[in-house]
Structure formats: C-alpha cells, structure tokens
Design a protein around this ligand. Structure first.
Ligand code: PMP
Length: 425
C-alpha cells in the first residue's frame, strides 16, 4: 500500500501542530507508522490522500452511525448553511433536536447543548456540585470522560487512593476531589462513599465501557450504583457520549432499564459536526444559568449547522425500519465470522460485544485485569490491525479499544473484512 502522500503531509504537519495532529490518537503513535490522511469518505468507505480505499470501522470514533456523507445529512447541512452558519442567538433547530433527544431518552427532561463530549461532562460535573453542594466525584478506572482536569486522574492503586494527576497541568488539589473506583466492583464504591460520607456529589460512569475496549457493566452493578446514589443523595451520571443513540434509541440506559439523574451526550447527536449535550431531571437541570445559578455558556452552542446534522441523523435513525436490529445483525455476523476464524487459527481470544460496539481481546472484567493482559497482547493485536489495514480494513489503531459499526456496512464490506482478517491471522 502506497502512503507516500500521507507521510509527506504528516512530516509537514509536525512542523505546525503538536505531534502533527489536533487530537493525540490520530498520530498512530502506538502503531509505529505514519498516520493516514483522509481525503474523503462515503457510506462505510474512506479514501486516503494516496487514493487507497478502506472499509472504516472507526466511524470518526462514533458519530457516523448512519455512514459517512449520508445524502440526507449533507443536503440538510447545505441548506442550513445557506441561511447562515452562526447567529449567537437562538434558532429553531435547537428546539427540534432537544425534543428528539428527550423522546429517545425519557430520563432527559431538560437538555443543554454544548460543543463536545468533554464540555458535556465538565458541565455536568459543575452542575452536580452546584446541585448537591458537595465537591467530590467518583469515576471508574478505565473510563474516559473527556479531557477535563477532574477526569484526567490516574486509576490509582487502591479504592481508598485519592486521585493523582494523570497529566502535567492538572493540579493536585483538583485531582484530590476525584475518587477512583473499580469498574464492576461495587465494594470499591461503597468504601469510597463510606470514607467520604456526605462529600460525594456524583458518580460518573460509562454504562458500557468503550474507552478500555468494550467492557459492559453488569446490570446488578449499575442497579447497586443507582440504589447507593438514591440512599446517599449522590447524582448518578451516565456518560453516554459513545453509547447514546448507538446501543439503542435510548442508549445504554434503555438497554439496562436503569435511569441516571443526568446523562452526557456527544458524537452521534452532532452527526459529524461538533456537538455535545447534557440533560436529565428537570429539578437538577433548572439549576443551570439563566434559569439557575450554575454558570455554563457557549458562543457556538446550539450552532445551526451542528443542530441540523444531529437532527437529520436522529431522524434517519427514527425513520429507518429496525435500525438497531439491522445494526445488531451486521455486528453479530462479523463477530461470528471472526470467532470462526480465530478458532480455526487456534488463538485464545475473547470478543466483547454490545450491539455495534465490540473489541477483540482476552478475558477481562475489570480494567486492572485488562492492563495485565494488555501488555502481553497489545503487540500482537497491533500487528493484526496493521496487516488488516493493508488489506482494506481499518480498525482502531490502538486495537484494544472498540470497533464501531455503522448501518452503512454492506454484506460485501463485512465479507471483505472477514477475508482480510483471515489473511492477517
Ligand atoms: N466521554 C466518552 C465516553 C467518550 O468516549 C469521549 C470521547 N471519546 C468523551 C467523553 C469526550 O468527548 P469529546 O472527544 O467530544 O470531547
């Protein structure tokens, strides 16, 4: 595969941007090769600057669930752009998107639009603190909630460990307010809550972990969190930036039948344009300015183009018969095909899949176990993913993370993927 142009572009980019990129994963650092520069994308296919075509399983890390450059989304954006790109004043599309989000996710009674998943989680955290009058939050090892200071806290070595900054620039005092528990381990949460009685404002969780590979929470674990939060007056916040509108219309909370107090969104609700949102119980959301004292604002929040792209994407989901059943069918087809090939190749593996999120790796239930496995298998999996990409298969470069399907993958795409996978094995 000739990637000369991509390599030239990367060499130039490195002169102008940190690491040559505007977001770290794009640098392909863990893979040891130059990143690809994408020139165009349509449906399930992406084309790089050198003209190589790929079947895409990244989906822009989540947003492109209806496929790249969906004609309806593109047309809607074009039409909206002709009426102006930003007003700094309200527009009708904001209401339409808010209504559709509420319809899909009943626990959301009021919703505020922002510009990224990071903004959504940071704002939800401030709101939780404002609402409860408490300072501390609990998050889980292996969960990612964007790059807000409070969330960039090292997993820590024990349940009682106070947070340590995971990045230079995060102050110790900020980190001290973030407590870290173990995913799927309710005892670790009980201990933290007990030793910080009355001080915990919120528990943040990815209800299906997507940032440590696909690791689903056990239902009884989420239910125990819900019960604990009710008993201790702590807000339960589901970070559905990745799972929202992906695992079901109503996201992971629909799948599990457990309603959080607040939910954060991103990715799919922007249809490929920069959007995030947070919402939940009206009583809490009314604390946000201007209806309440908790300040949060945004020059481009509710941007008409972003609202349009998100709205059209959600409408496509709503109007496509059996959207999620089809996605499930495609995902299961690939999972089963890969399982057969892995068995034939005599490889020890586990595939974790929840709907259209899946990851190939060894056994895991908690992030700690995963870290041990990771050291051993990362190398192998990376080699698989590079080899696959040479045969028209992009999976996520740090291949321990999840692959995301889209409705746009055809049977032919899936079979081509399996053929590439087989060769790589
Ligand atoms: N939360 C989760 C669960 C995410 O997966 C991400 C992004 N991968 C974020 C928050 C942050 O979103 P953004 O990159 O849009 O800031």
């Amino acid at each position: 595969m000739n990637t000369t142009k991509s390599s030239k572009l990367f060499a130039e980019a490195q002169l102008h941007m940190p690491g040559g990129v505007n977001s770290p994963v794009r640098a392909f650092n863990s893979v040891g090769r130059d990143p690809l520069y994408i020139a165009s994308a349509a449906g399930a296919k992406m084309r790089d600057a050198d003209g190589n075509e790929f079947i895409d399983y990244i989906g822009s890390w989540g947003p492109m669930i209806v496929g790249h450059a969906h004609p309806r989304v593109i047309r809607a954006i074009q039409e909206a752009a002709e009426s102006g790109t930003s007003f700094g004043a309200s527009n009708e599309k904001e209401i339409a998107l808010a209504k559709l989000i509420k319809k899909f996710v009943p626990s959301v009674e009021i919703v505020r639009m922002v510009n990224s998943g990071t903004e959504a989680t940071m704002s939800a955290m401030r709101l939780a603190r404002g609402f409860t009058g408490r300072d501390k939050i609990i998050k889980f090892e292996g969960c990612y909630h964007g790059h807000g200071d409070s969330f960039l806290i090292k997993a820590g070595s024990g349940v009682a460990t106070l947070g340590l900054p995971d990045s230079p620039g995060v102050t110790k005092s900020t980190a001290a307010d973030t407590l870290t528990a173990r995913y799927n381990d309710i005892e670790s949460v009980y201990e933290l809550v007990e030793s910080n009685k009355g001080a915990v404002a919120a528990i943040f969780i990815e209800p299906v972990g997507g940032n440590m590979g696909c690791v689903p929470a056990r239902k009884e674990f989420l239910q125990a969190l819900r019960d604990l939060c009710d008993a201790e007056k702590i807000l339960l916040i589901f970070d559905e930036v990745m799972t929202g509108f992906r695992l079901a219309k109503g996201g992971a909370q629909e799948l599990y039948g457990i309603a959080p107090d607040l939910t954060t969104f991103g990715k799919i609700i922007g249809g490929g344009l920069p959007v995030g949102a947070y919402g939940g119980r009206a009583e809490i959301m009314k604390m946000i300015a201007p209806s309440g004292p908790v300040y949060q604002a945004g020059t481009l929040s509710g941007n008409p183009l972003a609202m349009t792209a998100g709205l059209e994407t959600l409408k496509i989901i709503e109007e496509t018969n059996d959207f999620y059943a089809k996605l499930e069918e495609k995902s299961a087809y690939l999972e089963n095909g890969m399982k057969d090939l892995l068995k034939k190749a005599n490889l020890n593996y586990t595939i974790n899949r929840v709907g259209s999120m899946f990851t190939l790796f060894l056994w895991m239930r908690t992030w700690l176990i995963l870290i041990r496995q990771k050291l051993r298998i990362r190398r192998n999996l990376q080699i698989i993913s590079i080899r696959c990409s040479n045969r028209a298969f992009i999976c996520r470069r740090r291949s321990l993370r999840r692959v995301l399907f889209r409705i746009a993958h055809s049977e032919e795409d899936l079979d081509a993927t399996l053929a590439a996978f087989e060769k790589s094995l």
